[in-house]
Design a protein around this ligand. Structure first.
Ligand code: HEC
Length: 148
């Protein structure tokens, strides 16, 4: 009788160990997923060319649009340090960074259009023209202006 209870407890311990162990595995796995992978636009997006690239009037138009709509997260100067940025995960992209500036216009346009949580997709909010203007504007934020 006593022996039976002891083996029973041993089994419970083993079961508990496995529950904790696998539980921890599942948690860390889903945690890694929640962290999200790098955001990559589909390759075809690179084929889209900005009809307003380098257009000064477009850039001027987009400035206010950018400050009012993107600034809260990306910061007025695009550094990813807007007032709403602190509470966000992932953090808003730094539009002045080499990694953003090295992406094609098409890739940035695709991301702006589709969005990814917590950033909304702007396909239905801004017209194609406005979105291309914003991409032209983002180019002016580069730390070192991109050479043509
Ligand atoms: C609610 C906050 C928020 C607002 C508003 C917002 N964004 Fe974002 N944006 C983000 C976050 C967060 C990311 C990074 C998402 C990721 O990496 O998964 C991002 C990423 C981007 C990217 C992709 C950068 C890269 O790494 O390739 C572009 C382009 C972009 N935003 C443009 C804009 C523009 C233009 C506006 C304004 C029209 C805007 N965003 C408004 C939060 C925001």
């Amino acid at each position: 009788m006593k022996e039976e209870m002891i083996t029973q407890r041993k089994i419970d311990r083993k079961a508990l160990f496995f529950i904790v162990f696998f539980g921890a595995c599942i948690l860390s796995f889903s945690g890694a997923y929640a962290q999200q992978t790098n955001w990559v636009a589909p390759k075809e997006a690179d084929n889209m060319k900005n009809p307003l690239a380098g257009n000064a009037a477009a850039v001027a138009d987009a400035k206010n649009l950018y400050i009012a709509n993107c600034g809260p997260c990306h910061g007025e100067k695009g550094k990813g340090d807007g007032p709403a940025a602190q509470g966000l995960n992932p953090k808003p992209a730094d539009h002045t960074s080499a990694s953003v500036q090295s992406e094609s216009d098409g890739s940035l346009f695709w991301k702006l259009s589709e969005g990814r949580n917590p950033m909304p997709g702007y396909k239905k909010i801004f017209s194609d023209q406005q979105r291309w203007e914003l991409i032209a504007y983002i180019r002016t934020l580069a730390k070192i202006p991109k050479k043509k």
